[in-house]
Ligand binder design. Structure first.
Ligand code: NAG
Ligand code: NAG
Ligand code: NAG
Length: 311
């Protein structure tokens, strides 16, 4: 009797589960190569990259600026792994090295979000391709983030999926505004890599990453904050040290949320601009939590009238 009932319940669930519940979370395989373009709409930045990931080989690589800025994360180097970044500094090619430690070992960095915890939302066309849309919502304090990934899959649930588009949309429940957004457009995905792409150039002497220490993680692993769906990003964690360093006290919780938001946008802008390899290096400074209008006033320039004064 119980057996019969159990079977019956199972059947009902299966019928209920139609295509939506029947979908397995997409996987991209244990190694891949992919290109992408990161867009930060608040700063009008578009940043192309190319990435390789090899879980079993314990290594990954991400290139910016058509291969002139290369970052290798090698989990099996030294005792706890190492990161090597090859980048021009004032037109001289330099190498920076960060060694893993027992507490913070270096692991390869994926260029695609980890879809554990995502749920199937809908089918939708993206750039004329019919995609599955997978969604995850996180909440930390007043910050509610919605992540969506558009993927296609060859027939059969077991083949690796192909990423098409990724979007993060941040909503602040205290300010009641959509105050954060970035997207990544993926292309040229292939579930293979060649092992020689992971070998950093030989014979270079690698120095330590430049100060400040708190920013090493972003400098050494530039894509992590964008593909991670952890509710509090590394950029957010830097706001505490920033407030301390520049002795910030805000009038209200609302102002605190607004300033933090400007700070995050400055952070992303600064690091993206530095990766673009201008002949100078922009740093996070005392003005990182200022609005555009405040900065303009400071320089004695009247800001153009604008409805939306975001950074
Ligand atoms: C990128 O590099 C390739 C080959 O190294 C070259 O053909 C191409 O023109 C470069 N693109 C840009 C935008 O510099
Ligand atoms: C990667 O390397 C680290 C450190 O050498 C090791 O602990 C870990 O198990 C390795 N991972 C894989 C998948 O081989
Ligand atoms: C990393 O480890 C290598 C090899 O042990 C060492 O020569 C180098 O000085 C270390 N780099 C840093 C920044 O600690």
């Amino acid at each position: 009797m119980w057996r019969f009932l159990a079977g019956f319940v199972l059947l009902v669930c299966a019928a209920d589960a139609s295509p939506i519940g029947g979908r397995t979370v997409p996987e991209f395989g244990k190694q891949y190569h992919v290109k992408g373009e990161l867009s930060l709409p608040h700063s009008e930045i578009k940043e192309p990259f190319e990435a390789w990931y090899d879980f079993e080989g314990n290594q990954s690589r991400i290139d910016y600026r058509n291969g002139t800025v290369r970052t290798f994360l090698i989990g099996s180097d030294l005792e706890y792994g190492a990161i090597y970044k090859i980048t021009p500094v004032l037109q001289i090619i330099k190498c920076f090295q960060l060694n893993g430690t027992k507490e913070d070992p270096i692991r390869p960095q994926a260029a695609l979000p980890d879809l554990q915890g995502f749920e199937f939302e809908k089918m939708e066309y993206h750039a004329h391709v019919l995609c599955e849309v997978w969604k995850k919502v996180t909440q930390a304090g007043h910050k509610k983030n919605t992540y969506r990934l558009w993927v296609t899959r060859p027939e059969g649930n077991d083949s690796p999926a192909t990423p098409q588009h990724f979007e993060m949309e941040g909503f602040n429940t205290l300010l009641e505004s959509h105050n954060d957004k970035y997207t990544i457009d993926y292309s040229d995905f292939s579930p293979q890599t060649e092992s020689d792409v992971f070998i950093p150039p030989l014979g270079m002497t690698c120095g330590e990453f430049p100060d400040p220490v708190e920013e090493h993680q972003i400098l050494a692993n530039p894509i992590q904050d964008y593909v991670s769906t952890s509710p509090v990003s590394h950029a957010h964690r830097l706001f505490g040290p920033f407030k301390e360093k520049f002795n910030r006290q805000y009038k209200s919780e609302k102002e605190h949320e607004e300033r933090e938001n400007y700070f995050i946008h400055s952070q992303r802008f600064v690091h993206s601009t530095n990766r673009a390899g201008l002949s100078f290096s922009v740093g996070i400074n005392n003005f990182a939590d200022w609005t555009k209008a405040e900065k303009a006033r400071m320089r004695g320039v009247l800001p153009p009238r604008k409805k939306d004064d975001r950074n």
